[in-house]
Design a protein around this ligand. Structure first.
Ligand SMILES: [Zn+2]
Ligand SMILES: [Zn+2]
Length: 216
């Protein structure tokens, strides 16, 4: 008997029956990891395709890496819901899709009123062979000069607009949450005069992602 020709066609959308959700090209999804003790993989659907009978649905995905999966590992400034858009593509069976999720931009993530289970954010692209990030520099804040981790409480100085971790400026977190107005040491009234002259620094200097301290 002649084998049927393997004609595959692209689908705009597809209903994943076991989760009862419609997936479309461009959606972000959670996929079952090969090691079930690991968290679900996060992926963006680049293409959905089926065989001529509309079965055997496969998806072309572009993986998001979690910080733990990157060459440099998880760093202190990585958020718990942070993922990196990698250059690693794959073909997977649609059966491995466990659910849909949303990968927000960094900005929209920090503006969420509540972070749901299925909310993630991405601020870096990641080269899976070299371990390089794009952008390779990010703004840093506070006395500790760290990139912003959206999981950490920070308070903003009304003088210089820099953000500070309460613990880095010896303020208790509960106190920090109650503060209506905050001026950092440099901007506190006693130092105001001095500041008038040195106010130019709006911290546009950036840090290399793979170095801890800001380059001077
Ligand atoms: Zn700090
Ligand atoms: Zn200040």
């Amino acid at each position: 008997m002649a084998k049927p020709k393997l004609v595959r066609r692209a689908l705009d959308s597809y209903t994943v029956k076991h989760i009862g959700k419609v997936i479309c090209r461009g959606d972000c999804v959670l996929m079952r990891p090969s090691d079930s003790s690991k968290p679900s993989y996060v992926a963006r659907l680049e293409q959905i395709e089926a065989d001529a009978r509309g079965e055997n649905v496969r998806v072309q995905v572009r993986w998001y890496y979690r910080p733990e999966e990157s060459i440099g590992g998880r760093r202190q400034f990585h958020g718990s819901k942070e993922v990196f858009l990698s250059d690693h593509f794959d073909i997977q069976s649609a059966d491995t899709i466990e659910g849909k999720c949303t990968v927000h931009s960094f900005k929209s993530y920090t503006k969420l009123d509540a972070v749901g289970n299925d909310d993630y954010f991405c601020r870096f692209e990641y080269n899976s062979s070299t371990g390089a990030f794009n952008p390779d520099r990010v703004a840093v804040y506070c006395k500790c000069e760290m990139p912003y981790n959206p999981d950490d409480l920070m308070i903003q100085c009304e003088g210089c607009s820099d953000w500070f971790h309460p613990t880095c400026i010896e303020v208790k977190p509960e106190e920090a949450e109650r503060l209506d107005h905050f001026y950092c040491l440099d901007c506190s009234p006693e130092n105001k005069k001095k500041l008038q002259n040195s106010r130019v620094s709006t911290r546009e200097t950036d840090v290399k992602v793979d170095t801890k301290r800001r380059r001077r």
